[in-house]
Design a protein around this ligand. Sequence first.
Ligand code: NAI
Length: 475
Amino acid sequence: LWKVRNVCCIGAGYVGGPTSAVIASKNPSVGVTVTDINERRISAWKSNRLPIFEPGLLETVQEARDGSASRRPNLFFTTDIEAAIGAADLIFVAVNTPTKTSGRGVGRASETGFLESAIRTIAEVAETDKIIVEKSTVPLGTAGLIREILDAIGNPGVHFEVLSNPEFLAEGTALKDLLLPDRILIGSLSSPSGISACDTLRNLYSTWVPQSKIITTHLLSSELAKLAANAMLGQRITNVNSLSAICEATGANIEEVSNAVGLDFRIGPKMLNASVGFGGSCFKKDILSLAYIAETLHLPEIAAYWTSVLELNEYQKDRFAQRIVRCLYSTLTNKKIAILGFAFKKNTGDTRESPAISICQALLDEGAQITLYDPKVPKHQIWADLVCNGGEGTEENITICETAYQACHDVNAVVILTEWDEFSNRQPVEPARMDWERVAKTMRQPRYVFDGRNITDAVELQKLGLRVEHIGKSL
Ligand code: NAI
């Protein structure tokens, strides 16, 4: 087995940051150094205003980064990538792998250029043997390519072992998912040194994850399993959303349908909520990547099957926007609409691929004036998502507000796009959540609430004189 004294993580994002914090917290004798080319991100990780929001993250980072009477600090953040690589025995690569914006496979294949650049740095700097762990979600076969690069340009005296260890955490529940994972997946070569590297990584997780939850596979199976998991989760949401359209057209109720279906233990109750559509940096990117891989393998039917999941997700967002327009008498000119929630889901400030972006754009295109509130998304991010991509005049028609009350003041309709608890009227009233009675009093006719996440109790809202539209229900 390899002796691991120092771990390095390249990429201080939504995956690299929380994963490193938990590994450091659970392995106090191992030094964990997180490194990134983005200086602003690294200095934020060193401060108490972390660059990303996750429940419980700050406490975990502080415990390992700042130390205490009973433990020495063992979590470090630096932009000195070379030094971090040089000192490490095991290196996680958790850089971004977004959809390609140019070249072969544009708009579908995943960009592995950031990953390759990180691997090249490792090859150039490393003077001692290293285990390299592919944490990023990558196209099938990437671990093999990494090995080829290392063989071609690495220092000949240095031995590299490449593992695939995809991350299954979900934003908003990252700490919980890391601390109590359903499984840890490690893919390796079946050679003795591959198995030994695999066991070394297993030991790092074993300090808090039961052995039965750590599974090992071939490298390719591990890479495909990550894409498959995201594809099947996205597909599951699309399954329910497709049924929600049938419910709206007939009078069936999607919550009753989901509940009845989910009680079958082969199906299970989770991820069966109808919504305005899925977002986030991963599902779309990874389903596109899977479809592209199928296409390059000359399996066009398989590619079309997975692509249809994404097409239906776009359709669901569009259907919701059109429903808002239809209810508001088919024109939004001179109408004021409050948007509650801009993040792609609750408990994160991440807006990548958030359904809120395209829905706001559709409403702005119809001439609406938008007031917008999200508890965690920074203002500059909302501007970047809407104004930079929007047409002329977009800026004058958006007001970003500090509270939900400000956003809802004097509007014709309120649209809930993120399921933040504070917007639900099923929670106890303030400070935990907003007072819908107060909101109702300040709204203008026709006083609609379009709940794109089904988090409100429609009957209670109707008692306040509000008209309510839910996904998958005709109320
Ligand atoms: P991110 O964009 O938040 O973070 C990636 C970081 O890598 C950035 O800060 C970037 O500056 C840095 N970086 C890029 N190239 C670099 C280089 N050559 N050297 C040093 N730093 C470099 O991305 P995120 O969301 O953390 O995702 C990372 C990977 O994990 C992706 O492959 C993603 O598909 C996967 N993943 C993401 C999940 C999520 O919920 N966000 C969950 C599971 C997997």
